[in-house]
Ligand binder design. Structure first.
Ligand code: PLP
Length: 496
């Protein structure tokens, strides 16, 4: 493909992408396939001779599209959102064209410098304390990671190094392996699995702190565990708080947990706000981030909710010196700050705030619909764009409802477990979701619930009739038995 053909094909591709996104609603949101479907549709080996672009694009529709779960369909309400916008896609094209590997300043000065400035811009949008802003003389600053999972791991590794240095500064005879074997990290029992994985990779103990009735960690709970562990000779060194937990979007009490971490020999506090972080650009949601001043590191995913396509996970530290050597796992890095720059400039802070507010309002609209139907219940406070709800009744009933929703492929949801209860999660995801999609989704859910409850009450009725018949026939046979037993028993015989 030469430049002339690239121009032509590029324009065609832009049209294909715009058509795909404009008409995405017409496609079933969830594929109807069995695992392994794709292998039979394409050759077992790569072609020897070049093929045509037309053939390739035909196969995109024949092979790929049937196997896509359409995350950007306004009927997609599963997981958390995956951000997407045209400015970010255009920036990604440019990033691909520049194609630099920005592992050092010299490897592409603009790549390193724009990233630092974009993290400052975003940090200021979130009103992060000054200590997290790099500026020209700051000690803190930010970096783009691929995922929140990587940010958590980086923070844990940095905290681990710091803890070993701190202990050895006081007890110089203690070996590194001895200290490492005593380190203990903490996180919520609602934290994302990536936090536990970070401890596994970092080869340190991790304890899960039980949460309160709102699925949040409170200071007393962590304090008790820390004190027990210290008494047992362990060294508490790291706490990962969550703002916006994956199952129910709960918020740990960082205003109280922060001072506790500080007073516990400067236990490192990392904040994972993967989903919720984007909302903090709105002044009305910013109080949810109060307590950030106690954190050593903070991370969230603009690639979830801030209209910047995957991957873009932003992480800030108070002291860059703590994390130098642990900035990221790979050496190579793409020019990801370009898509931040494009999105920030083409939407402006106001445009981004409008996006967040609209999606929170849609979640509230869905919450009201659930609340107005007394067959259903809300299972966790709705703070941002996630609604956890269920049919009043057994876990099995709710599992069956979700099975029907998934099978219908009109909307897509995933479940979670809250205090042992099977709960349905309804997350506002696509940028193009409107009130009509919420209303339609609710009509669909209630129709399926109606059918399910109807069938259940039919089958309960049948069960009742069956058990009445059983009782009746048992009674008849018992009476018959009594009669026959008394007539043919030796006692009756002898008596007569
Ligand atoms: N932390 C929280 C609270 C999450 O909700 C998620 C994903 O939804 C993650 C971490 C993992 O995010 P990532 O895929 O960026 O590692």
């Amino acid at each position: 493909m030469d430049a002339a053909e690239f121009r032509r094909r590029g324009k065609e591709m832009v049209d294909y992408v715009a058509d795909y996104l404009e008409k995405i609603e017409e496609r079933p949101v969830y594929p109807d396939l069995e695992p392994g479907y794709l292998r039979d549709l394409i050759p077992t080996e790569a072609p020897c001779e070049p093929e045509s672009f037309e053939d390739l694009m035909q196969d995109v529709e024949r092979v790929i599209m049937p196997g896509i779960t359409h995350w950007h369909s306004p009927n997609f309400f599963a997981y958390f959102p995956a951000a997407s916008s045209y400015p970010a896609m255009l920036a990604d094209m440019l990033c691909g064209a520049i194609g630099c590997i920005g592992f050092s300043w010299a490897a592409s000065p603009a790549c390193t410098e724009l990233e630092t400035v974009m993290l400052d811009w975003l940090g200021k949008m979130l009103q992060l304390p000054e200590c997290f802003i790099a500026g020209t003389h700051g000690h803190g600053g930010g970096v783009i990671q691929s995922t929140a999972s990587e940010a958590t791991l980086m923070s844990l590794l940095a905290a681990r190094c710091k803890a070993v240095r701190r202990v050895q500064a006081v007890e110089s005879e203690r070996s590194e392996s001895d200290v490492l074997s005593k380190l203990v990290a903490y996180t919520s029992d609602q934290a994302h699995s990536s936090v536990e994985r970070a401890a596994l990779i970092g080869a340190v103990m991790m304890r899960k702190v039980p949460t309160d009735e709102h699925f949040a960690v409170r200071e007393e709970m962590l304090k008790k565990m820390v004190e027990e562990d210290k008494a047992a000779g362990l060294i508490p060194f790291y706490f990962c708080a969550t703002l916006g937990t994956t199952p129910s979007c709960a918020f740990d009490h960082i205003t109280k947990l922060g001072p506790l971490c500080e007073s516990t020999e400067n236990m490192w506090m990392h904040i994972d706000a993967a989903y919720a972080g984007s909302a903090f650009i709105c002044p009305e949601f910013r109080p949810l981030l109060n307590g950030i001043e106690y954190a050593d590191s903070f991370n969230f995913n603009p690639h979830k909710w801030l209209l910047i396509n995957f991957d873009c996970s932003t992480m800030w530290v108070k002291k860059r010196t703590d994390i130098i050597g642990h900035w990221q796992i790979p050496l190579g890095r793409r020019f990801r700050s370009l898509k931040m720059w494009f999105v920030f400039r083409l939407y402006g802070l106001k445009g981004l705030q409008a996006h967040i507010r609209k999606q929170v309002a849609l979640a509230k609209e869905f919450e009201s619909l659930v609340q107005a139907d007394n067959r259903f219940e809300i299972c966790a406070e709705v703070i941002l764009g996630l609604v956890c709800f269920r049919l009043k009744g057994s876990n099995e009933l709710n599992q069956n409802l979700l099975k029907r929703i998934t099978k219908s492929r009109e909307i897509h949801l995933v479940p979670c477990q809250l205090s042992g209860r099977f709960v349905l999660r309804f997350a506002i995801c696509a940028r193009t979701t409107e009130s009509r999609h919420i209303q339609r989704a609710w009509r669909h859910i209630t129709q399926l619930a109606f059918e399910l409850l109807q069938e259940q009450s039919e089958s309960n009725k049948n069960k009742k009739i069956l058990s009445l018949i059983c009782v009746k026939s048992f009674l008849i046979s018992s009476i018959w038995c009594l009669i026959t037993k008394s007539c043919f028993s030796p006692e009756f015989y002898y008596a007569s």
